[in-house]
Every structure is written in C-alpha cells, then in structure tokens.
Write a protein that binds this ligand. Structure first.
Ligand code: ADP
Length: 463
C-alpha cells in the first residue's frame, strides 16, 4: 500500500469535503490539503507514524468545490501487522464553530469585556484573556483568590463591592456595579462588573461574571458633565448680568426723566421770561439745548421700551401669519401708497407662536424695507416662507439701498445706525427690538444684502 493514500473512509468523511466515498478512495490525502498547509500536514503525519502523541489538531482543508473549511482532526495508528500500520483519522468540520468563537472574541475585544470566575470552594480563579488584560496581568501571571478584592481601592470603593457581593451571596442573585479600579500594575481605571453568585444547598460556591473597562466612557462622561456644569454656571452669570442690566436700564431711564424734564422746562421758562433780554445767539443756544433734551428723552423712552421687551409675553397660540401680514400692511397703508410699493408674499402658514411680537417683527422689517428704498425707485418687497425640519423660516426681501457686509452684525445693536437723521429718520432701535423679540422666542435673525441692490432679512422661529 502506498503511503498517504486513502484506503477506506466513511460517507460522512467524504461528505464533509463534498466528495463521495468512491471518489476519494485511492486518492492521495494531499488533494484535500491547501498547498501552503502541505508541509505542516506532512510533518504531522510523520510524527504520528513515528508513534508520537498528537492531540486534536486544527487545520484548514480544501473541499471539492474549492472552498476552504476548518477541520479538527484526531489521529490513531492501527497496526495491521508488524510491518503494516495505517493512520486512522476522525474529523469534525469546525468552520462555523471557529467563526463564532472568533466573532465572540472580536466582540469581547471591542467591548473590552473580560470573563471571570471565582470558585469559593476550591478558591480557584479563572480569567479570560481580556479580563487579564484589564487587570494588567501578563499571560503567565495569574490572579490569586485572595487578591480578588484588592483591585478596588481601599475605603469606600472596596466596601461597596464587598457589600454588593455579600448581598448577592445570601440570595444567589446577580449584581451590577461600576467602580474605580486599580490594576495589578497600579494603573487607575474605571470598570463595570456584572456577576452572579451560584448557590448549592443555599451556600455560595462560585461567583462569575464579566468585567468591562469603561475608563474611556467614564472620562468622556466626566468631561461632558464638567462642560454642562460650566455652561450652567455661565448661563446663571449671564442671566444675573442680564437682569442687572435690565434693572439698570429701567432705573436709569426712569430716574433720568425727572431731571431731564427740569432741564427742558427751566430752559423753556428762561426763554419765555428773559426773551427780550436775550440776543439771537442766546436764543439759538437755548433752542439747541431744548432740542437736545427732547432727543435725550426719546432715547430714554426707547431704552425703557427696550428693557421691557418680552416682559408681557402671552402664551403661544395658533396664529395665522397671512392675517398678521394683512394687518401689518393695513397699518403701513399710508407709506405703501406714498411709495407705490409692490408687495408679494408666499403662502404663509398657521403656526403656534405669540402674535404680538410676531406682528411687531414684521411691522419693523416691512417698514425698514420701504424706508431704506433707493431714491426715485419703487420699493419691491417679497415676504417669504420656508418650512425647515425644526423651524419656520421667514424672510423680508427688498430692492433698497442695501447694506455693506461689515455692518451685518452692527445693525442689530442698540442705537446703531448707518445714516444721519436727515438722510433717513430713525432711532436705531427697531432691529435691536426685533432681535430681542426673536431670540426670546427661541429663534435667530440674520441679513443677506448687497450694497446698492437690496437686502433680505431672515428670521427663524422654532416649531
Ligand atoms: P432705524 O431704522 O431706526 O435706524 P433699525 O434698528 O431699524 O433702526 O435699523 C438699523 C440700521 O440698519 C438702519 O439705520 C439702516 O442703516 C439699516 N437697515 C435696516 N433695515 C434696512 C434695509 N431694509 N435696507 C437697508 N438698510 C437697512
């Protein structure tokens, strides 16, 4: 008989490789072996034939259809006579099993999940490779039974773990805790441990479970918590300073009115009583002073108004924007007729919001769109609407004088104007109020514009 050829085999053996029994008998064993595995198999065969003990061995094999499978094989030598011996091999297809094992391995690695078992009777400790890695043991190092608790820092952490296990030990229930952790090599970590105590006759005999390294997650959580805390503190400071500012604006504007009234009234009296004694120059000065105090009064009133914006917001309700715009246009009728403005609009929605501020916003934006028109040109306005995922977006577009992009932010600040009074009448407070109203309702406002061509003011309101 030639060495390395099949003498006999059963159907199952042939089927594993996709052959029939008939097809394989008489064939060399090597037809089932991928080329790169051949030297390994030959060496293995030689060792077995020499009488050496070879435990169950895994190797890859080739099937009839060219696919590869993983085989677990056990070997035995049968001595037919003194001279003649045959190699008997029994095999299992472990491809699926190995793949599942590999998958489990990968998942455990990914989750940094290690398995462990403490036998309370024999005091033996079992740890998977990853459990060892988490504890920072080298491959050849093993954890001693009495060491098990020492990885939890002395004090609060260790006492907690002891207690948790104690409770589980009396009831045989499972436990789950997160704890600071100190590895064998004294590195600080954070772990989650989940386990169960098995009882026999009411007595605990083994604890087993998993340990997961959650240091990274914990650090991220801590950073997030810290950030949240900082944000909360900042918001509080901001809130306080906002309240202070509002109080200041209110008090200042309220208290300033009285002395201002005195200034202007005494100036007026001075002018009246000493009219004949005053020369033209003096009268002119008094006129400027009175005018100044009037303007100051207007500013103070605006400031007072601004500080009160949003104070009396009503509850949100369903508001038909189409109706709001019609009311705004009615109020602006005079200016529309004077300028012969042409106004178009998209189909506007019904949304849940607060009507009065929305009315104020549109009034302001539409009024500005006509006010800042190009001399000699008819204002053309378009009121737009777009529904976004989380908000309603509105726009007021004009063909007016436009705004230089360097002023896109500035125009929304209090008392910021780009023009002199004699060019365009105004206080520079409208857009600041609009911005405050929109932001109080949770929205934002911004502008897009090209100087000389026109502007579009956009604002969003949350859904
Ligand atoms: P006011 O109109 O009283 O000056 P606003 O706060 O409404 O105050 O506007 C601030 C500035 O923004 C205005 O002075 C003007 O320069 C500019 N502005 C506002 N709306 C427009 C617009 N539609 N087109 C061009 N410029 C505008």
């Amino acid at each position: 008989m030639r060495q390395g050829f099949f003498i006999d085999l059963n159907d199952t053996y042939a089927q594993i490789y996709g052959f029939t029994k008939k097809e394989l008998i008489g064939q060399p064993f090597s037809i089932l072996v991928p080329e790169n595995q051949l030297p390994l198999i030959q060496e293995l065969n030689a060792r077995i034939m020499n009488g050496e003990y070879v435990p169950e061995t895994l190797y890859s094999s080739k099937r009839k259809d060219g696919t590869y499978i993983l085989i677990a094989a056990k070997f035995k030598i049968l001595h037919l006579s003194d001279k003649e011996k045959v190699l008997v091999t029994s095999i299992r297809d472990v491809t699926e099993e190995e793949r599942t094992k590999q998958l489990l391995d990968d998942i455990q690695k990914m989750a940094v999940l290690g398995g462990w078992e403490l036998n309370l009777v024999t005091q033996e400790v079992l740890q998977t490779k990853i459990a060892k890695e988490i504890h920072e043991f080298l491959d050849h190092e093993v954890m001693l039974y009495e060491e098990a608790l020492t990885f939890y820092p002395e004090g609060e952490a260790r006492e907690h773990v002891k207690k948790v296990i104690e409770i589980a030990s009396t009831s045989g229930s499972s436990f789950d805790f997160e704890s600071p952790f100190l590895t064998h090599r004294k590195k600080e970590k954070f772990v989650r441990v989940q386990g169960k105590v098995d009882l026999i006759d009411g007595k605990p005999y083994r604890i087993f479970g998993f340990i997961q390294d959650i240091t990274e997650k914990r650090l991220q959580k801590q950073a997030l918590e810290q950030l949240n805390q900082q944000l909360l503190e900042q918001t509080k400071i901001l809130q306080l300073s906002n309240e202070e500012l509002e109080k200041f604006a209110y008090v200042a504007s309220h208290d300033l009115q009285e002395p201002l009234r005195m200034v202007s009234s005494f100036l007026t009296q001075l002018e009246r009583k000493y009219k004949d004694q005053l020369d033209d120059k003096a009268r002119e000065y008094i006129h400027y002073a009175v005018d100044g105090s009037k303007r100051m009064k207007k500013i103070i009133m605006d400031l007072l108004g601004f500080s009160r914006v949003g104070k009396n917001f009503e509850e949100p309700e369903l508001v038909d924007l189409q109706e709001v715009i019609e009311e705004v246009l009615l109020l602006q009728k005079k200016l529309i007729e004077e300028t012969e403005a042409k106004i178009t609009f998209d189909k506007l929605p019904v949304i849940k919001t607060i009507k009065i501020p929305v009315f104020q916003i549109f009034t302001n934006l539409i009024n500005n769109a006509m006010k800042y028109r190009k001399p000699g040109e008819v204002p053309i306005l378009h009121i737009g609407y777009q529904e976004k995922a989380k908000e309603h977006e509105f726009s007021v577009q004009d063909n007016g004088i436009g705004i230089d992009s360097v002023y896109f932010e500035k125009i929304f600040s209090l008392f910021q104007r780009l023009h002199k009074k004699d060019e365009f009448e105004g206080q520079g407070i409208g857009l600041a109020i609009v911005k405050k109203l929109i932001e109080l309702m949770g929205g934002t406002i911004w502008v897009e514009s090209t100087k000389g061509e026109g502007s579009t003011f956009y604002f969003s309101l949350p859904k």
